[in-house]
Design a protein around this ligand. Sequence first.
Ligand code: FA5
Length: 347
Amino acid sequence: MKIDGESVRKSALEEIKKASIPQEFETIRIKYLGRKGALAALFGSLKDFTLEERRTVGPKLQALKNELEELVNKKQETRDKRQGVSDIDLSAPGKRVERGHLHPLTLVEREIRKIFLGMNFSIIEGPEVESEYYNFDVLNVPANHPAREMWDTFWLKPRPEKSEFHPNDPNKTYKLANVSTHKLLLRTHTSPMQVRYMETHKPPFQILVPGRVFRYEATDASHETNFYQLEGLMVGKNITLANFKFVVEEFFKKFFAGQKIEFRYRPSYFPFVEPGLEVIVKLEGKWLEMMGAGMVHPNVFEHAGYNPRDWQGFAFGMGLDRLAMVKHKIPDIRLFYSGDLRFIRQF
Ligand code: FA5
């Protein structure tokens, strides 16, 4: 018995020499090295040899197989390198890449930012984890003041000092720190940015503060436990409610451009403004409460280090989610946070 490894080798080398594109290398692999390839056939014929013969022919066939494998791989590698081809098959049909897009609340927020930038407002952001001091105290809502009940609050547990963590279990503590500073909470509104901003800036100025706020309350179609507000604050000399009226009406006319819109101002109470009011807007024949507002309370100016006799200002806080709901006719605020792509993809 004889086995013709040499002629297989010759024709394989010939073909490897000529090959240049990935498919050609693949064809050679299948033809010679594949499960039904030329070498597999030679290995198959080993069964006709005596054991003695197999001992010499077998290793020779294996050596030939290794040689061809190495040659194909090497040749393809150098080809690919020279042509700048990697494992990417440029002739393969493309896959459709799904592009992400912005959340409806982000889109509405961007639109609102633009309108206020157009009225020369600066856009400021603030921390979501806030201290009791900025969220309540300096806004004329001292501890035990009944007005605190206007905002159901998520309080944060005081963080223990590092040394007081349990030595063997960092999640366990054996003694809570004696926290003498202000307690921390998730801000219940964007108003804490009023004093934060005034502490470090001199009037006159006008700012808009968009941001996420949190309330420990039951949810329904128009209430969420976390939602977004837009705080406005304008401080200067001789600022009056007339300035507020102009800014707010200008904003609503731009935001609901092309729609018939009417405004109503209703007295209201917020501890950090005097007088306080609510703005009610009529859109498509329906009156909707849109925001709380008023003239900055003298106590708030004092907490910020301003002399209330020198400066006046107005502040407002409106619900971004509610504005987005009216604009896009969304019936339930919870849809924004549901993660339901059938809803999100419509924007
Ligand atoms: C405030 O939060 C005041 N900080 C607003 C303010 C600022 C008054 C500056 C005066 C001066 P109020 O709790 O009413 O007020 O909330 C303001 C707006 O946030 C509401 O008009 C409403 O649009 C929205 N809002 C309130 N609670 C929720 C909630 N649970 N889910 C969604 N939106 C809400």
